[in-house]
Write a protein that binds this ligand. Structure first.
Ligand code: PGA
Length: 260
C-alpha cells in the first residue's frame, strides 16, 4: 500500500525563532497520535539543524527544499546531499516550479539531482506541473509526459521505488486557485499510467503522487480523497500550525477511508 504524505514546503519563510514557534506546538499536537499519514516539514536550510533537534524521535520527518548534485567542492552557495543527511533529512523537494522559473532548472538538471539524492538515501519529492498557458492550449498531458520522462530518466526500478512525485500545476501555486479534485485526479492518474509504462505496474501502484497548489484546510479532504491523490505538498497553508494540522487530519481521514 502506498504512503499518504502531507508535506509542508515553507519556501523562504521562518527564521530560527519562528521555527521553534511553529515546530514546538506542532510536535505537541501530533505526539502520541499514531497517525497513518507521513508528516514532513521542509524548512529553509538555515532551520534544518534546529528542526532536527526538535523533531527527533517524534516521527515527523524532515525534508529540504533543494540540493545540488555534487557531494562537495567549489560550488559557492550550494548544499549537498551529504550535508542534508548530516541533519537527518529524509526527503528533499526537487524541481519545484519556483526553482525552474527563477533559477533556470531543467528536467535534465533535476534528473541528476534525483539520482544523487537516492544514492544518498534521500527520498526526492519531484515536482511537475503545467502552466496556465499550457493548460489552456490543451498541452497539459504533453507537458507532464515530457517532465516525468525527463526527471525520471535512467532510474532503475529500485531507485524509482524511493521517488515521490508532486503534481503541482503552476497556475495553482500561491494563487488561491486550486485544481479541482477532478483536475488533480485526471492529471495524477495520467502520471501513474505513464510511470506504469516507463517502469512497471507495481512501481506505479506503490508510487506516492502528491497534489500541490493552494491546498487549504477547506479543500484538502476533497482533493486527498481522490484515488490517485496520495498526499499534499502544502506551501502557504503549512506556515500556520492550525491550518497545517487540519490538512494532516484531512489526509488521515481520507487515508482511512481509502483503506476500508
Ligand atoms: P501553495 O504552494 O500551497 O502556497 O500554493 C505549494 C507549493 O509550491 O509547493
Amino acid at each position: 500500500m502506498r504512503k499518504m504524505i502531507i508535506a509542508g514546503n515553507w519556501k523562504m519563510n521562518k527564521d530560527i525563532k519562528e521555527t521553534f514557534e511553529f515546530l514546538l506546538p506542532l510536535k505537541n499536537n501530533l505526539i502520541g497520535q499514531n497517525l497513518s499519514v507521513e508528516v514532513v516539514v521542509c524548512p529553509p536550510f538555515t532551520s534544518l539543524f534546529v528542526a532536527f533537534e526538535i523533531l527527533k524521535e517524534t516521527g515527523i520527518k524532515l525534508g529540504a527544499q533543494n540540493m545540488f548534485y555534487e557531494v562537495e567542492g567549489a560550488f559557492t552557495g550550494e548544499i549537498s546531499p551529504k550535508m542534508l543527511k548530516s541533519v537527518k533529512c529524509e526527503y528533499v523537494i526537487l524541481g519545484h516550479s519556483e526553482r525552474r522559473r527563477y533559477f533556470g532548472e531543467t528536467d535534465e538538471f533535476v534528473n541528476r539531482k534525483v539520482k544523487r539524492a537516492i544514492e544518498f538515501d534521500l527520498k526526492p519529492i519531484v515536482c511537475v506541473g503545467e502552466t496556465l498557458e499550457e493548460r489552456e492550449r490543451g498541452d497539459t498531458f504533453k507537458v507532464l509526459e515530457k517532465q516525468v520522462r525527463g526527471v525520471l530518466d535512467g532510474l532503475t526500478y529500485d531507485e524509482m521505488s524511493k521517488v515521490v512525485i508532486a503534481y503541482e500545476p503552476v497556475w495553482a501555486i500561491g494563487t488561491g486557485r486550486n485544481a479541482t479534485p477532478e483536475q488533480a485526479q485526471e492529471a495524477q492518474k495520467f502520471i501513474r499510467e505513464l510511470v506504469a509504462g516507463l517502469f512497471n505496474r507495481d512501481v506505479a501502484l506503490n508510487l506516492t503522487i502528491q497534489y500541490g497548489g493552494s491546498v487549504t484546510p477547506e479543500n484538502a479532504y476533497s482533493l486527498l480523497s481522490q484515488p490517485d491523490v496520495d498526499g499534499a505538498l502544502v506551501g502557504g497553508a503549512s506556515l500556520k500550525v492550525d491550518s497545517f494540522l487540519k490538512i494532516i487530519k484531512a489526509g488521515e481521514t481520507a487515508l482511512i477511508e481509502k483503506r476500508n
